[in-house]
Every structure is written in C-alpha cells, then in structure tokens.
Write a protein that binds this ligand. Structure first.
Ligand code: FES
Length: 181
C-alpha cells in the first residue's frame, strides 16, 4: 500500500528515468555520428598523412611578378565505404618571387577561419568576416586587425616544373601557428 509521501516520489522517479533514457539515447546516437563526421571532414588524415605534400599546379600557371594567385588543393577523399579521387579540400595563395622561389599561404583567416580574398587594387588580403587585412606577403598590416597572427605559410617544394605544397590546417584564434592534427 502506498504511503502518503510515495505520490511525490513516483513522478520524480519517472522524471529521472526519462532523463536517463534521453541521455543514453543521445550518447548512442551522437558518438557514431561524431566519428563519421570527423572522418569525413579530414580526408588528408585518412589518406595517410595530414602533413603530406600535394601537387597544386605548375610554374607555367604562376607568373614571377610576386602577385598572389589562388589555387585549389585537391586530394583523394577516403571514408569507410568510398574513395573519391581529387576532390577540393582547401585553397591556398601562391606568390612567385623569383624564377624558382615560391611562397605559399593558407587562404583561411587565422582569426576565426573565414576565407580571405586578395584585392588587386589595394594589393592586400581582406577578410570579410571581421575586416582583417593582410599585406601581400601575408603579414598583418593594420594594428587594429582582429587576427592574432599573419596568414599561415606552408612548405613548398618544386619538383621540376611542378609546385607541391605541404597542405595543413592551423587552429584559428592563437598568436602562434598550431597545426590541426
Ligand atoms: S575571421 Fe577573419 S577577421 Fe575574423
């Protein structure tokens, strides 16, 4: 027989039961989803090296005038079931300073990860999200710039006529470059 105070306890017990069921259901659903999303968003890691070099173009496509030009970065995307060859995984800017002297910069703004545009007339990079600007060489050219560091440079290798870049993402919002692994 139920005592008078058991009427209060029953709804409380029911509430905790339901809350526990929702929590366990959420964990069961979210863990595999998060794992899948991580694999899908990180194709370079899946193909055997986030720090791997990828071919981004040839010297013929890059005049030696120091003007930054944007290049797509393509790589094979591999997930648990499929392999998609040569899909876009990012973009970089290349500057050819001399015949065989190339500088590569990531197109992502180090402030919060938006993409910067190169403005021919102003000869600078502009981030439309919070108005950071960067000089042609990627350095911060405005003391009020919200970006904590210059554009991230990337390692370049010339293999004959081909330009190869060690494509890598870096964490936004820090003064120093922190590779995302
Ligand atoms: S993300 Fe570029 S200025 Fe904020």
């Amino acid at each position: 027989m139920c005592k008078p105070d058991c009427q209060d306890a029953s709804p409380r017990r029911s509430f905790f039961k339901e809350a526990a069921a929702v929590l366990i259901g959420g964990i069961i659903t979210l863990v595999p989803a998060a794992a899948g999303l991580f694999a899908w968003l990180d194709p370079l890691r899946r193909q055997g090296g986030a720090a791997g070099f990828v071919k981004v173009g040839t010297l013929d496509a890059l005049p030696a005038d120091s003007v930054p030009r944007k290049f797509a970065v393509l790589a094979d995307r591999v997930d648990a079931w499929t392999r998609s060859p040569q899909v876009p995984v990012g973009a970089i800017y290349l500057r050819r300073l001399k015949d065989r002297e190339i500088v590569a910069m990531h197109s992502m703004c180090p402030h919060a990860g938006c993409f910067v545009d190169y403005r021919d007339e102003a000869k600078d990079f502009y981030c439309p999200c919070h108005n950071s600007t960067f000089a042609q060489d990627g350095s911060i050219n405005d003391p009020k710039s919200p970006s904590p560091r210059a554009l991230d440079t990337l390692e370049v290798e010339l293999r004959g006529n081909e330009i190869w870049v060690r494509f890598q993402n870096f964490a936004a919002g820090h003064r120093e470059k922190r590779p995302v692994v």
